[in-house]
Design a protein around this ligand. Structure first.
Ligand code: SF4
Length: 483
């Protein structure tokens, strides 16, 4: 019995490798948060219903933005409030998939209010798990559409007032006024009895989708001890004694007995018919014009993380590498990640060059790290896989690489760019050094794509020289090591 209750669902990863930092076996949620409980109910349902392999879970913006750290199924993280729109697209493109839109109250009921309303009204064959904790948790406890009257938040410090902020939005009741939804229920993660009801509701909502019956939504009243400034125990009590008075638990729509399966028509587009519809030329893309690269096995198919300050040309470095990879005949992906600041903030990007199709553009265990400043080296060095390569700008980083199980390559990229008369060419010095050291693409591949990625044409020649300088530096280092 104990084994059954305590086992970790196979729909969770054993180790949360995608989670940054050293601790890979805890979630990022606060103690007493309801998200973890709901994750468990969903993961167990995916196991027991046998649908994990065809499930795609859409994470919102909010505290559950990182749900993809945990669920061992298809995952997509989307823009704020847009999960129902993305879910619609996925379900229509892949009718056999089970699509879950996981959303909080700020995401679903505020910025995404129109999205959920229209997805429900269209009767999309998706399942929505709506976490209502009556507050914006992730951003510091602002008022949400579901904040209760009188409830104090950082934006309603004297309590929410109906005459100013309007009354709280009851999402289940609102959606139940539409014709299309098949199943809508509100549950609470409080007592064991209520959690058992929530478990049942999660499974029922998923089974509605499995039978192609239509739209299903489960609203989950869930504790946010951090946002509410309460202990976890008081939070549970508050849900039961206060929240449920305004948000009564129960089933608001259940047409499962009479609803008929409505399978989506399967629309197949092959490339040719799509090109015809879009009036695109159908000619085969020419193969690589230049000789394909032959890197050493340890450098083949790299998964690269490039990081530094905003303004150092980090994203451009990654883009140039991805474009050069494409020229060299690789499958490529480039995933930029911007800090909030235009200059001086952090920026990083993920680049994959692969001889096979790429499943996800996310690089959580890079085989190569290119660190252009000290914070980036400090942050990402632990993530590099054993046997990987760490390159760093030794003009700006005042410490060596600490790991003994990776290859470290110091390149004084900024100083070398200064010698060329433009500090900002340090990114291209590093690019030249990387391709020379690994042979993953040829220098000619990189030079060829510069006009595509450098907007100011008068800077192309400078960038070429920077690439050449980095290239020569790396080759000189290699020959010094060899002799
Ligand atoms: S802020 Fe609230 S909702 Fe967010 S993780 Fe913490 S307890 Fe959970």
């Amino acid at each position: 019995m104990a084994e059954t209750v305590l086992r970790k669902s196979t729909s969770f990863y054993d180790v949360y490798e995608r989670k940054p930092g050293a601790i890979k076996y805890q979630t990022h949620y606060c103690p007493g948060c309801g998200h973890g409980v709901l994750h468990k109910l969903i993961a167990e349902a995916l196991d027991d219903l046998g649908i994990r392999d065809r499930t795609i879970l859409i994470s919102p913006v909010g505290c559950s933005v990182f749900a993809y750290y945990y669920f061992r199924c298809g995952n997509i993280q989307v823009a704020h409030g847009r999960a129902p729109a993305v879910a619609t697209g996925i379900k229509r493109a892949l009718p056999h998939s089970i699509v879950i839109s996981y959303q909080g109250d700020g995401d679903l009921a505020a910025i995404g209010g129109n999205n959920i309303l229209h997805a429900a009204n269209r009767g999309e064959r998706i399942t929505v798990f709506f976490v209502n904790n009556a507050i914006y948790g992730m951003t510091g406890g602002q008022m949400a559409p579901t904040t209760l009257l009188g409830q104090k938040t950082t934006t309603t410090p004297f309590g929410r007032r109906a005459e100013l902020e309007g009354p709280p939005l009851r999402v289940c009741e609102l959606l139940a006024s539409l014709e299309a939804p098949v199943y809508i229920e509100r549950v609470a993660l409080t007592t064991p009895k209520n959690i058992a009801k929530a478990r049942k509701a999660v499974r029922k909502a998923l089974s509605v989708q499995m039978q192609d019956l239509g739209f299903s939504l489960v609203e989950v009243l869930s504790a946010c001890p951090s946002g509410w400034k309460m202990t976890p125990v008081d939070s549970i009590r508050w849900i039961d004694e206060v929240m449920t008075r305004y948000f009564p638990l129960g089933v608001f729509r259940d047409k499962t007995a009479e609803a008929q399966p409505m399978p989506l028509p399967r629309i197949r587009y092959d490339l040719e018919s799509l090109a015809e519809k879009l009036e695109l030329p159908t000619d085969e893309r020419p193969g690589p014009a230049l000789a394909p690269p032959k890197p050493e096995p340890r450098f083949a198919d790299p998964r690269i993380k490039i990081a530094g300050f905003g303004g150092q040309g980090i994203l451009l470095l990654g883009l140039a590498l991805a474009e050069a990879g494409m020229e060299a005949g690789y499958q490529v992906s480039w995933l930029p990640s911007y800090g909030p600041e235009m200059r001086g903030g952090t920026a990083n990007c993920h680049v994959i060059l692969s001889s096979r199709r790429i499943g996800s553009p996310l690089v959580s265990r890079p085989s190569v790290l290119i660190a252009m400043n000290r914070p980036s080296l400090d942050r990402f060095e632990p993530e590099v896989e054993g046997g990987g390569l760490v390159m760093y700008d030794s003009s700006l980083i005042d410490r060596p690489v600490m790991r003994k199980d990776v290859e470290a390559l110091a390149v004084p990229a900024t100083a070398m760019a200064d010698e060329l008369g433009n500090t900002r060419a340090a990114n291209m010095v590093m690019l030249g050094a990387y391709v020379a050291h690994t042979g993953v693409v040829g220098r000619e591949h990189v030079v060829q794509i510069l006009p595509k990625v450098i907007k100011r044409k008068q800077l192309i020649e400078l960038n070429e020289r920077a690439i050449a300088k980095g290239w020569e530096y790396a080759l000189t280092l290699q020959s010094a090591v060899a002799t």
